[in-house]
Design a protein around this ligand. Structure first.
Ligand SMILES: [Zn+2]
Length: 316
């Protein structure tokens, strides 16, 4: 018996040695902190959602970055310590926070001056919180991935970011996760657990299809897998399904890396140019620069968009 166990152990060890490091790497980022689509804004529920999400990230040792809209820290014009407490939880769990503007403005719609003012208004609390844990605020994520409509605006905004110590957090894996999240939150708020279960069950296969498109674009453009950057949102859907999402990623050969490590991939030195359409990912933008047309996003099941309803028109 002992000999058989030893043999088994040797086989397993050999298999582990033979398996090289997974070829795929992904950095996971969360937008719209402290929370996006939730069934209720009740303090206890927001805390529970945050705890579940952070626990899921810690279980998989995901070095995530969370991007904050500080407008959501205020209730009736007053800074709400409970909402700030949600951000403290992210930091206490070892994660980094970034700036996603104060009120989730679009650079393409608001004009550069208003946008920059909103960005600066959006760093006040986060910068202090980061400092209190010995970290420096340094990441910026464009709301809606709107990056400016003219080369001049993009150039000026880039100079502004550099002057304020920010690095842009790109996105290469971007889909309709927020539509699933709106649907899921709506179903839960109506008490329809069966619908919520069906929405949750459709979510991970959908994300797999989104990921497959990003992988194919990377192969078409670079001839190899690149370090991907995935955007998700701090919502109940991910709090309840991150383990399933992580299982899918690992099954496809992914390991989780930091945003810093992802950006060490030389792909990110590629110029985005001006052919990117509004709201497209970096990969989609690089594809257009190369004269390729990125594929349409995978279809979202009708029952999901129905449950999302008008929420799906709000965007992220
Ligand atoms: Zn956002």
């Amino acid at each position: 018996m002992a000999r058989r166990l030893l043999f088994l152990f040797l086989c397993l060890s050999l298999a582990a040695t033979a398996a090289a490091e997974p070829p795929h790497a992904v950095a996971i980022t969360f937008d719209d902190l402290p929370y996006a689509a939730v069934p209720s804004e009740d303090d206890a529920q927001l805390e529970a959602m945050t705890e579940r999400l952070l626990h899921g990230l810690q279980s998989e040792q995901v070095p995530a970055v969370g991007f904050v809209n500080e407008a959501k820290l205020y209730r009736e014009g007053t800074l709400d310590p409970k909402r700030v407490g949600l951000l403290r939880r992210w930091l206490a769990a070892g994660f980094e926070l970034g700036n996603h503007t104060y009120s989730h403005l679009s650079l393409d719609r608001s004009g550069l001056d208003a946008f920059e003012a909103d960005l600066l208004q959006g760093e006040i609390v986060t910068r202090l919180l980061m400092q209190s844990t010995g970290k420096t605020l340094r990441w910026f994520r464009h709301p809606f991935l709107h990056r400016g409509t003219t080369p001049e605006v993009r150039r000026q905004f880039q100079a502004f970011l550099a002057a304020h110590g920010y690095t842009v957090a790109p996105v290469t894996v971007n889909g309709g996760e927020w539509i699933f999240a709106a649907a899921y939150a709506h179903a839960l708020s109506e008490g329809d657990e069966d619908a919520a279960r069906r929405i949750g069950a459709a979510y991970v296969p959908y994300m797999q299809a989104v990921l497959a498109q990003a992988e194919q674009l990377a192969l078409d453009l670079f001839g190899r897998p690149i370090s991907q950057v995935m955007v998700l949102h701090a919502n109940t859907l991910n709090a309840d399904h991150f383990a399933a999402l992580a299982a899918m990623l690992k099954q496809r050969g992914y390991r989780f890396i930091s945003l810093d490590d992802a950006l060490r991939d030389s792909a990110y030195a590629s110029p985005l140019g001006s052919s990117t359409l509004e709201g497209e990912s970096w990969l989609q933008g690089w594809a257009r620069e190369a004269g390729l047309r990125p594929p349409a996003e995978p279809p979202i099941p009708g029952f999901v968009t129905q449950w999302a309803g008008t929420a799906s028109l709000k965007g992220y």
